[in-house]
Design a protein around this ligand. Structure first.
Ligand SMILES: Nc1nc2c(ncn2[C@@H]2O[C@H](COP(=O)(O)OP(=O)(O)O)[C@@H](O)[C@H]2O)c(=O)[nH]1
Ligand SMILES: [Mg+2]
Length: 353
């Protein structure tokens, strides 16, 4: 799972990125760096439990990777071609908009205006997709009389996309048929990627202007107000003082938990688990993934040579206390390729290569 951080210069991207990943990148010390990469490991009590039970050599929590593009201050536009190419590889987007005053680093839009920033970024990614689609349509149009059936279908789908985008709407907000999904993914269309808007402010009590509120509501956006500098200060404290001060700052949930939860929800993600003496590991998949595809997450050989999935739900394992006991109590199921994996399934894949 890879998430691209996007925003105008000085909108607070790197600060938010630091808060989420626990890194401590000072952009002024890394002027030559084009990207910063960081990971968030998703806390999961079930993995804690399994790790205690198996005492494995390694415990691996699901990982979400964040990419922060190191935009330079003279580039006010957020989308250079290079950046777009990077964003296309991402599964989702974290859009950071600035809602804090800071005289040393003035906002890219001149005066502080979170709703304008959001609008500017929305327009930019919509325009980017429009240009990508128009270029392809032009090419298809030139060969109009010798298009294959697949190309004809693609043409129709791209025209549909174009009409959605020309309406100023995002593709990810629209129902899509499987062929549409394939095409949107093939071209890495940016508005097809799920996104969360982060309103980066000095305090979580930030009062949004009615313009910003309307914009978020009318476009049905998922958003969170984050006070990144405050959270960075909190991260220096011991656990007890951290909670105490967080409560004073009205931070009832840390940015990392908030953002991870929102991405899981928005992207329809669930976790399945694999266990053993070597490793206990959580794997992230989309809700609705069939067992054979889930196997492919671990290794393409397991997907190809898939025979059966031996499945126990975490709750059953927890109550039975061991795999042996699960088997005795008939909690263990053998499922086929088409089995739809559930959140918290403990799976052992049987395969043949
Ligand atoms: N006052 C204030 N300053 C902030 C906040 N978040 C970031 N900054 C400062 O604004 C400047 C730009 O932030 P940065 O994260 O580098 O923005 P980027 O260009 O979007 O990556 C830095 O000096 C940050 O310390 C905030 O919530 N409040
Ligand atoms: Mg930055």
């Amino acid at each position: 799972m890879k998430i691209g951080v996007m925003g105008l210069s000085h909108s607070g991207k790197t600060t938010v990125f630091n808060v989420l990943t626990g890194l401590n990148i000072n952009p002024t010390e890394h002027m030559k760096e084009k990207y910063f990469l960081g990971s968030v490991f998703v806390n999961d009590k079930r993995i804690d439990f399994l790790s205690k039970h198996y005492n494995p050599k390694k415990t691996t929590y699901p990982e979400i990777q964040f990419i922060d593009y190191n935009i330079r201050s003279q580039e006010s536009k957020c989308l250079s071609p290079e950046y777009v190419a990077k964003l296309r590889e991402c599964d989702a987007i974290l859009k950071v908009i600035r809602a804090f005053e800071n005289d040393i680093y003035p906002p890219a839009t001149g005066a502080l205006s979170p709703d304008k920033e959001l609008e500017e970024m929305d327009d930019e990614i919509i325009l980017n997709d429009i240009l990508t689609i128009e270029k392809r349509l032009e090419k298809l149009n030139k060969a109009k009389h010798k298009l294959s059936n697949a190309e004809k279908n693609e043409f129709t789908i791209l025209e549909k996309f174009l009409s959605i985008l020309n309406n100023g709407e995002f593709l990810y907000k629209h129902e899509m048929t499987p062929p549409m999904i394939i095409i949107a993914k093939n071209y890495g269309l940016l508005t097809f990627k799920y996104e969360i808007v982060i309103i980066s402010s000095d305090s979580v009590d930030y009062k949004m202007s009615s313009e910003l509120k309307n914009k978020l509501e009318s476009t049905k956006r998922d958003y969170a107000i984050i006070s990144a500098l405050e959270e960075l200060e909190l991260s220096e404290l011991d656990e007890e003082s951290k909670l105490e001060f967080a409560s004073e700052m009205h931070i009832n949930e840390f940015a990392k938990e908030k953002v991870v939860k929102q991405f899981y929800y928005g992207l329809n993600l669930i976790t399945f688990l694999t266990t053993g003496e070597d490793e206990v590991k959580g794997w992230t998949i989309k809700k609705g993934t069939i067992a054979q595809k889930a196997a492919g997450k671990i290794h393409s050989d397991i997907e190809r040579g898939f025979i059966k999935a031996q499945v126990v739900s975490f709750e059953d394992f927890e109550s039975a206390g061991s795999m042996k006991e699960c088997s005795k109590q008939h909690f263990m199921r053998l499922e086929g390729k088409e089995y739809i994996v559930k959140d918290g399934d403990l799976i052992e894949f049987k395969f043949n290569v």
